[in-house]
Ligand binder design. Structure first.
Ligand SMILES: Nc1nc2c(ncn2[C@@H]2O[C@H](COP(=O)(O)OP(=O)(O)OP(=O)(O)O)[C@@H](O)[C@H]2O)c(=O)[nH]1
Ligand SMILES: [Mg+2]
Ligand SMILES: [Zn+2]
Length: 298
């Protein structure tokens, strides 16, 4: 059988070796990949063949892009064929700037446009969270402040236009409101929403797998819910590439004396000078060095 005779479909969910494939008519079929390797991710376009009530994935179409993280031991794919990434952080729980920066670097490396949303504007910690995001808006990344639960209609008005006509992966630590966002914009999604204190105390994540949701009947707009992440390895990136993937570092590296400056101890370094002047935040520079060291240690 040639590929042309197989049915086409979109991977909308994955659980271990089971995938849910959506057909162009909107039917959802549980499928298994052919062979041992399960190398599909949510967002993949596939060709599959019915086998009883289920199906077999025979072929994965070439990907436009793939967002993933990679540590020493394993590679974890988030989703493929994305138009943008929305990193969702919140006033509470306090977010790690290192994890935020890592997600931004992975997106830059995969050439996926990114925006940040800061949720829970109703909480008293919002001022501190807002201040911590100033360096990110200064480096040209949009930051949208919302209260998805406390002021849902204002949040919808702010975010819906940014999402319209695109496939957007919502990524962020556990308990920031990713599933709350999905349920606000895709009312029959029924994504499970967790209780923060419970999630944090038990170290549990409410959402356990990545899932694709359509926001409109014409299927032009999609949001992809994902489990909160804690670790974010960037082993797929060379240390030498890192400055080019961090917009603030990249900007000031133009002023370095040496073309191969690593911005750590070289003289006449534009990046170190920018840190001294306060044009690159101390935290961002610390994160740069931490990731650079990690990527140099192979
Ligand atoms: N105060 C406040 N709480 C909110 C807001 N938006 C969401 N929450 C709460 O934050 C908690 C976590 O929300 P979820 O949507 O489950 O978070 P998540 O990012 O999907 O979490 P994981 O699935 O664990 O990754 C829930 O108790 C929500 O009700 C908001 O605007 N303000
Ligand atoms: Mg969730
Ligand atoms: Zn330098």
């Amino acid at each position: 059988m040639t590929a042309i005779e197989l049915d086409v479909g979109l991977i909308v969910a994955g659980h271990g070796r089971h995938y849910v494939v959506e057909t162009p008519e909107g039917r959802r079929v549980t499928c298994h990949p052919r062979g041992k390797k399960s190398d599909c991710v949510v967002g993949d376009r596939v060709r599959w063949q019915a086998s009883g009530d289920e199906g077999v994935i025979e072929h994965v179409e070439p990907r436009r892009n793939l967002l993933f993280r990679q540590d020493e031991w394993k590679t974890k794919s988030f989703a493929a064929n994305l138009d943008q990434l929305l990193v969702l952080v919140a006033a509470r729980p306090v977010f790690s700037e290192s994890q935020l920066s890592r997600a931004l670097i992975a997106a830059e490396s995969a050439e996926i446009p990114v925006r940040i949303a800061l949720n829970k504007a109703d909480l008293p910690e919002i001022g501190a969270a807002r201040d911590r995001l100033v360096p990110y808006s200064q480096m040209g990344i949009e930051v949208h402040e919302v209260a998805l639960k406390a002021a849902p209609e204002a949040a919808r008005a702010r975010l819906a236009p940014l999402l319209d006509g695109r496939a957007t992966l919502v990524l962020g630590p556990s308990g920031t409101g990713k599933s709350t966002l999905i349920n606000l914009l895709a009312p029959d999604a029924g994504a499970q929403i967790g209780d923060v204190s419970q999630a944090l105390n038990s170290g549990r994540h409410t959402t356990t797998s990545t899932r694709w949701y359509w926001l409109d009947a014409s299927k032009s707009t999609a949001l992809i819910d994902s489990p909160g992440f804690q670790e974010f390895g960037l082993r797929q990136i060379d240390a030498q590439q890192l400055p080019g993937l961090m917009p603030d570092v990249r900007e000031h590296a133009k002023a370095c004396r040496f073309y191969n400056c690593t911005h750590r101890q070289e003289p006449e370094c534009g990046v170190q000078a920018a840190v001294t002047r306060g044009d690159i935040s101390e935290t961002r520079y610390r994160i740069y060095r931490e990731i650079f060291d990690e990527l140099s240690r192979r």
